[in-house]
Design a protein around this ligand. Structure first.
Ligand SMILES: [Zn+2]
Length: 65
C-alpha cells in the first residue's frame, strides 16, 4: 500500500469539488461531470475544462434544454 504524500493530499483536498470539478493530481487532469446529463468530462487545465463543459452543454446535450 502506498503512503499518501501530504502535499498531494493537500492539492487533492484543495481542489475537491471546486465548482463541480475535481483535479486529479496523479493524472494531472481536471475531471468532472456535466451538470445536466452527467457525462464524464476531463481536460488538462481548469480553463480547458470550463471551455469543454461549455462546448458540451451548448453543442452536445444542450444543457438540459
Ligand atoms: Zn451534458
Amino acid at each position: 500500500m502506498e503512503i499518501p504524500d501530504p502535499f498531494e493530499e493537500f492539492v487533492a483536498n484543495k481542489y475537491a469539488n471546486f465548482k463541480g470539478m475535481l483535479y486529479d493530481f496523479f493524472a494531472r487532469e481536471w475531471t468532472g461531470v456535466c451538470l445536466s446529463c452527467g457525462v464524464d468530462l476531463y481536460a488538462p487545465s481548469k480553463k480547458e475544462f470550463i471551455k469543454n463543459r461549455l462546448f458540451h452543454t451548448r453543442n452536445e446535450c444542450l444543457g438540459g434544454y
